[in-house]
Design a protein around this ligand. Structure first.
Ligand SMILES: [Zn+2]
Length: 350
């Protein structure tokens, strides 16, 4: 597959506070009862990835896809373990739901409507139905959508984190059923935003050479590994007594004089669980029009600081470009893997 189309794959990004996609309304048909063909004898532990295979009412389940989901998840799980180990965090990785024999549990959900219902505004429609059966608030859900078209909502896949690192969701279209896309979107679902500092990074789009988009050529940045070290999905045996999210306060001016080429921004941070990492993001400066369509206006990682203690003051230096309004984000994660994000902008002095 040419890179041009696979880079769209990786696109829709992590914006935890935005809902995806504006709807195109289609005529609805009378719903039939949703079936859930699942061996559901195992209770759902928290903080793992649950796998859902969704087909419209008039499309058959394919065992081949179920087998592929299990295979790909194993590859992606090992990738994260290898990368975490390479950065000195041990072989930490996420878990996905398995049965007593150690086989992946793939929840098969049959839609209430035929295929044509799901061709537009796919994720909202599918989520409404899946939400009737799954709480979607505890775990990360990977939803493989088998509709007749290659893309869902115009992309091969996308993911986002929810509830400050307590849950997340990723959507994989037929064309996005590749380990590098699943790993990138899982990264978003765990709370990582894009990181275009190096094309080898998992959270970048890769380069225009097809081989560098392959998962075995990608790497987690050390800052991403440090973030995941605290994630509840990488610490499945931890108990969570508190749900605090870090508090973020800006205590320096957000105006800069005409002569300035950079601005120091100072933050006051606090969290009773202990602070773990502060991550500074800017609006990505992507020149490729197609890629910019998916990434402008959402955070791209620039720098981070390792934190300690319940209260800290940290500073980041923002290099000013020639644009007058600068969108910025600070994401702060605590030792329990809960995070908060503050979006703000800096302005030229009037
Ligand atoms: Zn992305």
């Amino acid at each position: 597959m040419p890179w041009k189309s696979s880079c769209f794959a990786i696109t829709f990004l992590f914006v935890p506070f935005l809902l995806q996609c504006k709807a195109l309304q289609l005529l609805e048909q009378q719903p039939q009862a949703t079936q859930r063909e699942v061996n559901d004898t195992i209770s759902e532990p928290t903080s793992l990835v649950q796998l859902i295979y969704f087909t419209p009412q008039d499309r058959p389940f394919k065992q081949r896809i179920v087998d592929q989901i299990e295979l790909q998840m194993g590859v992606v799980q090992t990738f994260f373990a290898d990368q975490m180990e390479a950065h000195g965090f041990g072989r930490k990785t996420f878990s996905f739901e398995i049965d007593v024999k150690g086989k992946a549990i793939v929840h098969r959900v049959k839609g209430q409507f035929p295929d044509k219902h799901y061709l537009y505004n796919t994720t909202n429609k599918v989520e409404t139905e899946i939400g009737e059966q799954f709480s979607l608030s505890k775990n990360v859900y990977m939803i493989v959508v088998d509709i007749s078209q290659k893309y869902i909502n115009g992309a091969m896949g996308f993911g986002s984190s929810r509830r400050g690192g307590q849950s997340g969701i990723l959507w994989i279209a037929k064309s996005g059923f590749q380990s590098q896309i699943i790993a990138h979107e899982l990264g978003h679902a765990f709370g990582l935003s894009h990181d275009f500092r190096n094309e080898r990074f998992l959270m970048s789009y890769g380069s225009f050479h097809l081989s560098s988009t392959r998962l075995e050529k990608r790497q987690l940045s050390k800052e991403a590994a440090e973030f995941l070290d605290a994630s509840r999905f990488f610490n499945p045996n931890r108990t969570f007594s508190s749900q605090f999210q870090p508090k973020i306060k800006i205590i320096s001016s957000l105006e800069y004089p005409p002569s300035a080429d950079s601005l120091r921004i100072i933050f006051e941070l606090s969290d009773p669980d202990g602070l773990h990492q502060a991550r500074f993001h800017t609006n990505p400066n992507i020149t490729d029009k197609n890629l910019a369509r998916f990434s402008r206006g959402s955070p791209a990682f620039k720098a981070s600081k390792r934190l300690n203690g319940q209260e800290m003051t940290v500073e980041f230096v923002y290099e000013l470009s020639k644009v007058d309004v600068h969108d910025l984000w600070l994401q702060v994660v605590d030792s329990k893997g809960h995070f908060g994000t503050k979006s703000f902008s800096v302005h030229l002095q009037k």
